[in-house]
Ligand binder design. Sequence first.
Ligand code: M6R
Length: 629
Amino acid sequence: MCGIVGYIGPYQASDFLVEGLRRLEYRGYDSSGVVTIDDGEFTVTKSTGRVDDLVEKLKAHPARGSIGLGHTRWATHGPATEVNAHPHIGGDNVVALVHNGVIENFRELKQQLAERGYYCKSATDTEVVAQLVASEIDARCTAPNGAASNAAFSAADRYSALVDAVQAALSQLRGTYGLAMVFRDWPDVIIVARLGSPLVIGVGDDEHFVASDGSPLVGHTDRIVYLADHELAVVTTHSIRVIHRDEGDVRHKVNRLDIDTTQVELGGFPHYMLKEIFEQPETVTAAIRGRLNRDEATAVFGGLNLTAQQLRSIDRVVLTACGTSWHSALVGEYMIESFARIPVEVEYASELRYRNPPMSPHTVLFAITQSGETIDTLAALREMKRKGHPTLAICNVVGSTIAREADGGIYLHAGPEVGVASTKAYTSQCVVMALLALYFGRMRDLSFDAGLRIIDELAALPKYVEESLECNNETRRIAAKYAACNNFLYLGRQFNFPTALEGALKLKEISYIHAEGYPAAEMKHGPIALVDKHTPSVFIVPQGGVYSKVIANMEEIKARGGPVIAVVDKDDSQAVELADEVIHIPTVPEFLQPIVAAIPLQLLAYHAATFRGCDVDKPRNLAKSVTVE
Ligand code: M6R
């Protein structure tokens, strides 16, 4: 939530800042702003709304200067107004600062600062940090006559006084932050700091970039430094100095950023969401690649980092996540319990972090997350780690906080997911769940033959995903017919109960149509009261153990005049007779149904949203990466 960019080097900063903000807009789009330093003065430009609005302002009044910061906001404290937009200025133009996170003690600090003559103009928690940094700089670096005491310090002293001032300010903050700041009297340095919110530094040739994640760096550099919690970095055109709060100066590692330009561009699609839906044959392939071992009839993972002894002694698996990733955890529960017979519990990360459920010492935790930055998932992982449980991440973003803090893990390799509604990451998470179920199963009761059969089925999956996409035109037609409805039910059972939840979430988050996902039989215990001719029910009803039961549930809806949209196997005969609309998916084994059935539901939501004129990639009130509690 909130995106940060920064530039220092020989070129005009605003070019990178604007381009970077566009790439980070998925993190929030309530307002945006940039600051540059030109001729010793800050130039601040802010706008409510999208980065496009900011660009219009910058066209009229260009922001010159070869050092600068940018920010795209997801509002937490204070509405989306220009005064609340970042950057915020501290003191008498002493510092300009952008922030991602939440400062929990901002009210106390605000009052203390006001008593010392530092007043905040905005309703944000962030401005307090700017005023605090300014007050610390003024206290340490200002000559008795009030002017910044450049002359009074040697060059080295000036920088160390500045770093001391920033550290003193940071030490007073409670909460989370990714911060980037520039200083009127130190126009050749950006200071960044992180605690709980991501920040990276891109290493160019005689230039440096700052960003909330690697995507703005693509096309500029493939060398990236991940800042850790409690680290602060002093970034100049030619150098990076990283200082840890407790350890002092630390060596920073320069990693390789493995994203190419085509992965962050639309490539002819009208929206990222549609592009990402259509990427699924490749992303599913990437999740499977190199992970099937036919000789042993099992899955292989490079990075679990658990001993054979630890793996064998696991007696309980806890899967924790938020949102769509939580739905993939539910799919994983069905898969792991049926292949490996290990008890699985699926926990909302936001609940698990504050619970203290009894857990055997041999419980292992998997944190499932596309971004690797979701604050609740991170906190749940830390909590379980603290209690001595092995923690593993199933994650898409390489180098993300959760990927780095977990003891080990499995990457999705789905490439950057830009659309706020998760699509390809979800199906890749389900694939990894299937691989894990196979892996644990083969360590326990699953026979060689059964393992081999699962491998064959997984190997054929990309072809089935490709086939599922053939329903695009049909889902578009159905979406056009029902897009005006205000309520939908999504119903499925067993493996497809999570599919129903995921279908409902997709529809509501991008089209703002109220939708509820339910186990099909549970619908009789309440939601059936919603059924009327304006409330379509989407049934996920492919062949399987509960097929005839779901057909009976469908009859119950039909008897009450509710329109039925059925997602069925190619060779279905009963559901097609009952349903008003039919979407065909390929016939696959039950454990793979959540993957192939998710695709028509993604498309249905996408088309419904476009018919309703919604901003598909940037739905209102949402941000892709939820880094605040
Ligand atoms: O990055 P994560 O997978 O941890 O994100 C979790 C949720 O915020 C995310 O899945 C959210 O529900 C999506 N908007 C769903 O499309």
